[in-house]
Design a protein around this ligand. Sequence first.
Ligand SMILES: Nc1ncnc2c1ncn2[C@@H]1O[C@H](COP(=O)(O)OP(=O)(O)O)[C@@H](O)[C@H]1O
Ligand SMILES: [Mg+2]
Length: 288
Amino acid sequence: MTAGLKSHLKGLDSGDSSQAIGNVLRESLSSQESFSQKHGSMSADIIIEATNVSKWYGTFRALTDVNLTVRKGERIVICGPSGSGKSTLIRCFNRLEAHQKGEITVNGIRLHNKMRNVTEVRKNVGMVFQHFNLFPHMTVLMNCMAGPMWIKGVPEAQAKKTALKFLERVRIPEQANKYPVQLSGGQQQRVAIARSLCMEPAVMLFDEPTSALDPEMVSEVLDTMTSLASDGMTMVCVTHEMGFARAVADRVIFMDWGQIVEEGNPNDFFTNPQHERTKLFLSQILRH
Ligand SMILES: Nc1ncnc2c1ncn2[C@@H]1O[C@H](COP(=O)(O)OP(=O)(O)O)[C@@H](O)[C@H]1O
Ligand SMILES: [Mg+2]
């Protein structure tokens, strides 16, 4: 670890260590790594394949026989009532949660209880959370450099170059030397997106990325996501921003009670929902 990086760690709360931070990073960052070369057996086109996935928290069944295939370049929006299992599902995709039944394969790696290298999976899957989850004692730049350096072993100079490129990409290069607390919520979320992009993930997962933002900051984050989508990024977005879903999604998925109730292209989904539960949900969120 470099001296610069060590000095950034000093300000952390007692009990923190670079290893602990590395673990957190491993949980929240990810990247793509010549994946198809290493895992050539799976169709190169499929990034996520979930088959009959079920998950329990204790005796509570949070997911029931979920089937979902995400292909390269697809933009999927998942919506549904609070508690319907949306976060649980996408957290299973980067092994932040473990499923107990069914199969999940992410970029050719099958996720299972005996897998030894969860980090390898998380290198492939970028995740953006509702509450940004930036490292408060690191500058914006360091937030973006840490994952590539610590997890992928990228040299510092190269990590800095990549970080600046992606901060430019989310249109906040001028904030590079600030700390997260000095940024607005919208800016922090854009840093979180840049941080994930620095790992060059095969797929980006978004878990209600705008729901903690003040209304005037929602559009800057949605604009960033829209621009990523138009660049061809494979994306799975849990969001209730239905304007975004209409504009960007190839498929909209509606979940309730841990199941996928209905899915379709945005036009069919919004104009002609098939299930009563979908109709009710849409009538509730589109009422205002
Ligand atoms: N760590 C957990 N322990 C126990 N129950 C949980 C845990 N996380 C989520 N749940 C429960 O699982 C269900 C699905 O939660 P979640 O995936 O967060 O839903 P959503 O993201 O759609 O709001 C909810 O009933 C929630 O209370
Ligand atoms: Mg959730």
